[in-house]
Design a binder for this molecule. Sequence first.
Ligand SMILES: *Cc1c(COP(=O)(O)O)cnc(C)c1O
Ligand SMILES: [Zn+2]
Length: 431
Amino acid sequence: MRREGLAIMAAATVTPESFGPAVALSCRECGARTPLAPDFACTECFGPLEVAYELPSGDPEALRAQIEAGPANIWRYAPLLPVPADVATRPNINPGWTKLVKADNLARELGITGGLYVKDDSGNPTHSFKDRVVAIAVEAARTFGFTTLSCSSTGNLAGAVGAAAARTGLRSCVFIPQDLEQGKIVMAAVYGGELVGIEGNYDDVNRFCSELIGDPAGEGWGFVNVNLRPYYGEGSKTLAYEICEQLGWRLPDQLVIPIASGSQLTKIDKGLKELIALGLVEDKPYKIFGAQAEGCSPVSVAFKTGRDVIRPQKPNTIAKSLAIGNPADGPYVLDICRRTGGAVEDVNDEQVVDAIKLLARTEGIFAETAGGVTVGVLQKLIKNGLLDPAAETVVLNTGDGLKTLDAVEPTTGLSATIRPTLDSFREAGLA
Ligand SMILES: *Cc1c(COP(=O)(O)O)cnc(C)c1O
Ligand SMILES: [Zn+2]
């Protein structure tokens, strides 16, 4: 019944131009195709659906020039995304084109000689990478006629959805575990939408949202990471596009990427493969490394023990944005890291804090705990010989340290407190 309702709603508003170069949803397991709709699971095999394209064929030089002439945000890649060609003219949060920072000081500290870059996504509108995925999902939500924007979130997504809903005039109602960091809660609430704390962890929140979608109470609701998940995921491809364009249209040798559900990592790989297929970069091997916190390391454990099946965990880590104990894209992450010759590794909370401070001290970049996880894992991968220090490496910082102050607060603070006199200053030994 409900499915029919959705199909009718979709049919009323979707035109052939609505999704640009996207032509269908296809099943990642069996390859079955279905029309572009707010669906996320294959009706044949229940596998996850993803967006399939007819990407622009022809002169890569012309496409490169078109992209370079585009806006300084993700819409410069509109020809490769499931969005209409005029997307840049519509109200949206317009994320992306964040800095790719050449991190020479950090490289020296870690013994990396092949070049190291930090892709710093704390520079997005709500200070995390989640703005990229939400920007695409909100376009799909409008096209399908949803009136409420929603999500299950580990924190950053809630803020990104709140902001995007505010900008586009949609209602928002988002769901988070009630025990998140204060910075994440305030950041999600300030945009004026509804923010619901759930007594449970992220996996409980996610299960609740899946139930809500199947219920009349969820009628007209677009959950960016559930029924809009195929569109949402495509936003992460823009990280791959930007990194390569910012390197001068070429692939790096190695990428270190954090894993929560694993969507970001799998879509960065998809984006890199598209750039090769389109002739926008020269084909060469690259390695993808996944990063988790020890207190929520289901993919890392599966990688290290050589298993294909991910055993769910109950998360217990300060890296709350990555605390998904049962990651939906886990098996695909494993496959990509193995196929490209990368690895999945994890670090403990103390190492996360140390890595946050290392990045801040060497490069002036204040990362949230997820960034501490990736930098910490980068460090560990060099130590255990899995990552080549002589190869060019890009590490992702996906969020802003101001949202997770609690993590560093116990070990940072004033150097001294003095009276406002030169004598007092000298006595403190700071001259
Ligand atoms: C959500 C999130 C990620 C990764 O998310 P995936 O579910 O793996 O796509 C990474 N870093 C931060 C800060 C996040 O909020
Ligand atoms: Zn299928």
